[in-house]
Design a protein around this ligand. Structure first.
Ligand SMILES: Nc1nc2c(ncn2[C@@H]2O[C@H](COP(=O)(O)OP(=O)(O)OP(=O)(O)O)[C@@H](O)[C@H]2O)c(=O)[nH]1
Ligand SMILES: [Mg+2]
Length: 301
């Protein structure tokens, strides 16, 4: 007889992180993976395509799918593609992780409720941004209301930003995954290519450094990506919708574009662990968000 402890069967599966724009889905993905894979900003609708982050613990592998925030306000080719991303994530998911911002006024969302009812997968609700709540009793009442309305497998209050209660969340998710071998090598952290991630890092700077509505009119396309041991050379184009926007992105004497480029380059260098030469261009492409071929090229269709 062996005196080894019984080995638990491996569990592995997809966890779709869904929720309203700005709930903190991408922040949560990065906090769980321990690395910046998905871009974040203070503005809603930052994420445009599903990004998978892989977390392998001792005997479980959780593949988190970060999705575009669920919205019904806009109807361009782009927002339709974003909505498809949300639906695809739901159809692939073994577990749905529904993230709710406890500080947002609108809590229970009938549209998400309707989508989840049709999905027939276990749901875990995470109440995010509890670091901002002083009166914890308020959360208790809310938890009771959510429990009665949705009967989730678990409800876990968390702070993605301060990494509070993330282990509790993982403990709630893991038993809901199917028993099977790992889907990916255990040291993989994402399924996205560095090329896609580099374009995303640039896009994040547009969201963080450009004012008002401008980031929504922009997209980033990588034209060349040459990886050499000493230096990775990247040439990327920032697409804007109107000629006036091009001047704003470039800024006085090219300063804005330089600021965007420097910030993005630092992130990309961290991502690939090497030196990067980043060349940025701005091009006007009217109505790109409704142009099928452009969306195809951007991987958004
Ligand atoms: N105080 C606080 N802020 C948070 C927390 N998690 C996320 N945030 C902030 O909320 C904002 C939105 O975060 P994101 O992670 O980009 O939100 P998202 O749900 O991915 O948004 P979309 O991609 O637009 O759907 C950012 O400014 C984050 O810093 C949290 O736990 N506490
Ligand atoms: Mg996001």
């Amino acid at each position: 007889m062996s005196d080894l402890a019984p080995v638990l069967p491996a569990r592995s599966g997809f966890v779709a992180i869904i929720g309203r724009p700005n709930a903190g889905k991408s922040t949560l993905l990065n906090a769980l993976i321990g690395q910046k894979i998905s871009i974040t900003s203070r503005r809603p609708q930052t994420t445009r395509q599903n990004i998978a982050g892989i977390l392998t613990t001792g005997d479980a592998q959780l593949v988190f799918l970060d999705t575009p925030g669920f919205q019904t306000q806009y109807h361009t080719g782009l927002t339709k593609a974003m909505d498809r991303g949300f639906k695809n994530a739901l159809s692939e998911a073994n577990v749905v992780l529904w993230l709710i911002d406890v500080t947002a006024r609108e809590h229970i969302d009938p549209q998400i409720h309707a989508r989840l009812a049709g999905a027939a997968v276990p749901v875990v609700i995470a109440l995010n941004k509890i670091d901002k709540i002083d009166n914890k009793n308020q959360i208790l009442t809310f938890i009771q209301a959510l429990d009665a309305a949705y009967h989730p497998a678990a409800i876990v209050p968390i702070s993605a930003q301060n990494r509070l209660q993330l282990n509790t969340l993982l403990q709630a998710l893991t038993p809901l995954l199917p028993e099977r071998e790992f889907l990916y090598p255990s040291d993989d952290v994402t399924t996205a290519s560095v090329r896609v991630l580099a374009a995303e890092m640039i896009r994040e700077k547009l969201f963080r450094l450009l004012g008002q509505e401008l980031p929504y009119s922009t997209a980033v396309e990588i034209e060349t990506f040459e990886e050499k041991p000493a230096l990775t050379r990247i040439r990327a184009v920032i697409l804007v919708d109107k000629p006036g926007q091009k001047a704003i992105v470039i800024g006085k004497g090219g300063e804005k574009l330089k600021e965007i480029g420097t910030a993005a380059r630092k992130d990309i260098e961290k991502l690939i662990g090497g030196k990067v030469f980043l060349e940025l261009w701005v091009k006007v492409k009217q109505s790109w968000a409704d142009d099928r071929r452009t969306l195809d090229r951007l991987g958004l269709s």
